[in-house]
Design a protein around this ligand. Structure first.
Ligand code: URP
Ligand code: ZN
Ligand code: ZN
Ligand code: ZN
Length: 467
């Protein structure tokens, strides 16, 4: 039995086009588009008609960087796959790629199985996995090949967090060589963690324990240095490189230089680095703890470098790095010692709106909004054109977006399972109205109509952004 929906009269925006078109959805996929008001569009018939007059019709967001229920620093990120994917849907995101973790002494398979068990049957939207590689040795390298074959095609390594996720340069080079061979994409947390740990110890010995010192010890230069090193290691290995959560303008400069040399090097930034700064980290009464993440927030001047990178395509993707910890009981673990504040910010629900605000403010175009938030992450992580666009054959992951609605971001109204908002009180123009996931309404005129288990695991091909 076929089920059909028509979305009529909206402005369909993709990374490449803006057209007034009606969209026919059949059996969970985009079946056809036709210019609104034409006989071809008039011939679309369906059981369900959604009037999108005056609205945007955009692909569902693809958030390529989330950490649902991630164990970190003696606690666990507050959003489960259920609560976090529901919040994502509210914010117009219909696919996440989360990070499964290999713990030291364990196999990639054990880590991946554990993350499948957390997610399966619980997600409101579709999901895939990257693999965090914490323990590089011969068996790990062999396992990387198997994971690529089964749709886990990207691997995060850490130059930070010695003793936890950290890999040394030799381990990084070996994993990169393997990725060069098997088509995997290395994602790098680029901060010099060995040097940072020395600075942390020295700061604490001086009695500098407040959250703002988190930003001071994790220096922009140590992000830029690690970014440079990762780029050159990838060059030696002949592998592409994707640098996650870029926050320092000096790191953007390293990416720009490498790309000018023609290297397949890519960069992601996150809304927190575009909209927040060390001013937030310095908020009194330990409130700054709400803004502790790594890489850290930077002084405001860095924001211009990030926006520029997004305009010049030296940064290609905006993901959230959604990793929420409640202020009460979780961020508070670091009272008196900033190094014990669990690292991470909530944001999976806010990304599409914050980036639309950048459209409203003239920083990026509407098509660039869709490119950095939907199409490029889908291409980068091997989900295109199933995800990230509105075109015949694509999954009908479609958002009806009201570009004129005003809202105020607040923990009182958000759906993430966390007791504060990093953007509390921020006014934005534009709001998600209705969200379809494979043609199924999961948000219907600002009511949640989805359910846990609707979202399915989505294996990925290798990176499609290389050529
Ligand atoms: O502070 C952050 N970013 N927490 C999540 C883990 C990571 O490094 O991405
Ligand atoms: Zn990281
Ligand atoms: Zn992360
Ligand atoms: Zn369902």
């Amino acid at each position: 039995m076929s089920s059909r929906t028509v979305v009529r009269g909206g402005l369909v925006i993709t990374a490449s086009d803006e057209i007034h078109a009606d969209v026919l959805i059949e059996d969970g996929r985009i079946a056809a588009l036709a210019a609104s008001g034409t006989p071809a569009a008039g011939a679309f018939t369906a059981e369900r008609v959604i009037d999108a007059t005056g609205k945007y019709v955009i692909p569902g967001g693809v958030d390529g960087h989330t950490h649902m229920e991630m164990p970190f620093g003696g606690t666990t990120a507050a959003d489960t796959f259920e609560t976090g994917t529901r919040a994502a849907a509210w914010g117009g995101t219909t696919t996440i790629v989360d990070f499964a973790i290999q713990s030291v002494g364990h196999t990639l398979r054990e880590g991946l199985d554990a993350w499948h068990a957390k997610a399966e049957g619980n997600c409101a939207i579709d999901y895939g996995f990257h693999m965090i590689v914490s323990d590089v040795h011969d068996e790990t390298l062999k396992e990387m090949d198997l994971l690529v074959e089964e749709g886990v095609t990207s691997f995060k390594q850490f130059m930070a967090y010695p003793g936890v996720f950290y890999s040394d340069d030799g381990q990084i080079l070996r994993a990169m060589q393997r990725a060069a061979d098997n088509g995997g994409l290395i994602m790098m947390h680029a901060e010099n963690g060995i040097a940072i740990d020395v600075l942390v110890e020295q700061a604490l010995a001086r009695g500098e324990t407040d959250p703002r010192y988190h930003g001071e010890v994790r220096k922009a230069l140590l992000e830029a240095e690690a970014t440079h090193r990762a780029i050159r290691l990838a060059q030696v290995a002949g592998a592409p490189l994707y640098v996650v959560h870029v926050s320092a303008q000096e790191a953007v400069a390293e990416l720009t230089r490498a790309r000018d040399e023609g290297l397949p090097v890519f960069g992601e930034t996150c809304p927190q680095y575009l909209f927040l700064s060390t001013d937030n980290l310095a908020e009194p009464d330990f409130e700054g703890a709400k803004y502790v993440c790594s890489t850290p927030l930077r002084p405001k001047e860095h924001q211009a470098g990030l926006w520029k990178g997004l305009r010049t395509n030296d940064l290609q993707v905006v993901s959230t790095d959604h990793c929420p910890f409640c202020f009460v009981g979780q961020k508070e673990l670091g009272r008196g010692d900033f190094s014990k504040i669990p690292n991470g910010l909530p944001g999976v629900e806010n990304r599409m709106d914050l980036l639309h605000q950048a459209v409203v403010e003239g920083r990026i175009s509407r098509r660039r909004w869709i490119e950095i938030a939907c199409a490029t992450p889908a291409r980068m992580f091997g989900l295109y054109p199933k995800k990230g666009t509105i075109a015949p054959g694509a999954d009908a992951d479609v958002v009806i977006y009201d570009p004129h609605a005003e809202q105020v971001i607040s923990a009182a109204t958000h759906h993430m399972n966390v007791d504060y908002s990093a953007y509390e009180g921020k006014r934005t123009t534009g709001r998600v109205e209705t969200v379809l996931s494979r043609g199924v309404p999961v948000i219907t005129e600002r009511e949640y109509t989805g359910h846990a288990g609707h979202g399915v695991y989505t294996p990925r091909s290798t990176c499609q952004y290389l050529n």
